[in-house]
Design a protein around this ligand. Structure first.
Ligand code: HEM
Length: 518
């Protein structure tokens, strides 16, 4: 290994001593968010580990992370060239690829503008404020009916399995103008594969850091490559179909909007960067996957099975949202008194005569505080997607060379006793004002789940809106409970997005919302 000379006045990064070849892999273990949080207590908020042969700088602590991602944003805005990223979106993903700064910036601008257009555009019915609200409301009501039917047939349901399809349908509606049945085998099969995806792209996949592991046979890696290839093929088909039927005067969905932006050639006139058609496929991948982001998102695509089925994989967008909602339901079951409190708030503020809307957010502070506490307590995106330094830099007096991989430990910030009173207890009141009637916005801003600065999640407002509206609609009509006599296991399983263990739950209708036949 080349030893880099440390400039005068700066110090060498502290950290545990690495073993030859494997580095600190053993100390990092299966729960890097916990082991790296423990190491930060020993080595401070900026330290270095070695995964395999590769040095990785780990950032913890609110102040240091803000300094790196906000004040020195440009220097920490790169993405490392990881082995697994090469397979995501054919290596063209906006979230994971190592694009040059100019190209990434142009693509990010394009994706942001497409998202903005499509989340605010008027939907088919004037009953809703925007297309996003329309898609979520319809899918929410459909999910309720679905859960009633599953309860009637089986007496219990697996929350993640059903939520994931509903969330995928919202993204599909926005990206491709389509929705899929909850019985679609192809779709459900791919949803289940998404767990494998999350495991590979989570921070600290050994094959990303130890080159010889790539040549050893690995079924998980094979599956990962296969899912990505399938996803990319389907995305290409979707985009090509949209090109074939594109009509400038009838923009149907995000894919049309992206094509329109590129046709206009308005994109980034200043830097003269053009985004190729292939990269549009990459962006659509990201948005679609965009439920899940961090170290890779979950590939989730809808495969259009010759007009009927659609495969799904997704990068960033959709796994994150389904994971958040699924955790929310599990927390509701674990804390029945909180569930009752949320239902009381809904009854008092919205009533039972109409479906909740996005504009109700300001009137439902307890629900908003509940969502913030789920983000904080579960920290289901324990790290951001790995960053990389774009030039030699320094942080807290330590020298960090160009092209160093950087892990940002969001879990540590969300559980730091210096920031939170009793961080391990689930307490939504920490996000309410003393009289309990308003949201304490300052506290809410301390929660770190969408990253910060130049690489901050571009789907944040859609993500927050979707989690809010789905939950409000579900809580207004359903009461969630566990299986009698069974304990809920809330231990998260590490991955790109951390999931709770799959479990079976029950629902009963809220008074006044019985479906015919229930
Ligand atoms: C990036 C979280 C939903 C699109 C990220 C990152 C996080 C995150 C932590 C990495 C930030 C970094 O590397 O510093 C979340 C959470 C969500 C969510 C918690 C939902 C609750 C979405 C949605 C979309 C989306 C709905 C798209 C519609 C993206 C994209 C990136 C990203 C494209 C990469 C940005 C870049 O590299 O420039 N997200 N996300 N996310 N997210 Fe999300």
């Amino acid at each position: 290994l080349m030893r880099t000379k440390i400039p005068e006045g700066l110090q060498k990064l502290p950290g545990p001593k690495p073993l030859p070849i494997i580095g600190n892999v053993l100390e990092v273990g299966n729960n890097p968010h916990l082991s790296l949080t423990a190491m930060s207590k020993c080595y401070g908020p900026v330290f270095q580990i070695q995964i395999g042969m590769r040095p990785v700088v780990v950032l913890s602590g609110n102040d240091v992370i803000r300094q790196a991602l906000l004040k020195q944003g440009e220097e920490f805005a790169g993405r490392p060239d990881l082995y697994s990223s090469r397979f995501i979106g054919d290596g063209k993903s906006l979230a994971f690829s190592t694009d040059q700064v100019g190209v990434w910036r142009a693509r990010r601008k394009l994706a942001l503008s497409a998202l903005r257009t499509f989340s605010t555009v008027q939907g088919e019915s004037s009953e809703y404020s925007c297309a996003l609200e329309e898609h979520i409301s319809k899918e929410g009501l459909y999910l309720i009916e679905r859960l009633h039917n599953v309860m009637k047939a089986d007496g219990s349901f697996d929350p993640f399995r059903h939520i994931v399809v509903s969330v995928a349908n919202v993204i599909c509606g926005i990206c491709f103008g389509r929705r899929y049945s909850h019985d679609d085998d192809e779709l459900v099969g791919l949803v289940n594969l998404s767990d494998e995806f999350g495991k590979i792209v989570g921070s600290g996949n050994p094959a990303d850091f130890i080159p010889f592991l790539r040549i050893l046979p690995s079924t998980t890696m094979k599956k990962f490559v296969a899912i990505n290839a399938r996803f990319n093929k389907l995305m290409k088909k979707m985009v090509n179909d949209h090109y074939d039927s594109f009509d400038k005067d009838n923009i149907r969905d995000i894919t049309d909007s992206l094509i329109n932006h590129c046709e206009d050639r308005k994109l980034d006139e200043n830097s003269n960067v053009q985004v190729s058609d292939e990269k549009i496929v990459g962006i659509v991948n990201d948005l679609f996957g965009a439920g899940e982001c961090r170290n890779g998102p979950m590939l989730f695509c809808l495969q259009s099975l010759h007009d009927i089925k659609v495969c799904l994989c997704s990068l960033t967008g959709f796994d994150t949202i389904s994971t958040a909602l699924s955790w929310a339901v599990v927390y509701l079951v674990a804390y029945p008194e909180i569930q009752e409190r949320l239902q009381r708030e809904l009854r008092e503020k919205i009533g039972m005569d109409r479906t909740p809307r996005l504009s109700d957010r300001t009137d439902l502070p307890v629900l908003e505080a509940f969502i913030l506490e789920i983000f904080r307590h579960s920290s289901f995106l324990p790290f951001t997607i790995p960053h990389c330094t774009s030039k030699d830099t320094s942080l807290n007096g330590y020298f960090i060379p160009k092209d160093t991989c950087v892990f940002v430990n969001q879990w540590q910030v969300n559980h730091d006793p210096e920031l939170w009173k009793d961080p391990s207890s689930f307490n939504l009141d920490r996000f309410l004002t003393a009289d309990g009637t308003d949201l304490n916005k300052m506290e809410g801003e301390k929660v770190l789940v969408f990253g910060l600065g130049k690489r901050r999640c571009i789907g944040e407002s859609i993500g927050r809106a979707e989690v809010f509206l789905f939950l409000a609609i579900l809580l207004q009509r359903l009461k969630f409970s566990g299986m009698p006599g069974e304990m809920l296991d809330m231990t998260p399983e590490y991955g790109l997005t951390m999931k709770h263990k799959r479990c079976l739950l029950r629902v009963t209708p809220q008074p006044g919302f019985e479906l015919p036949g229930t």
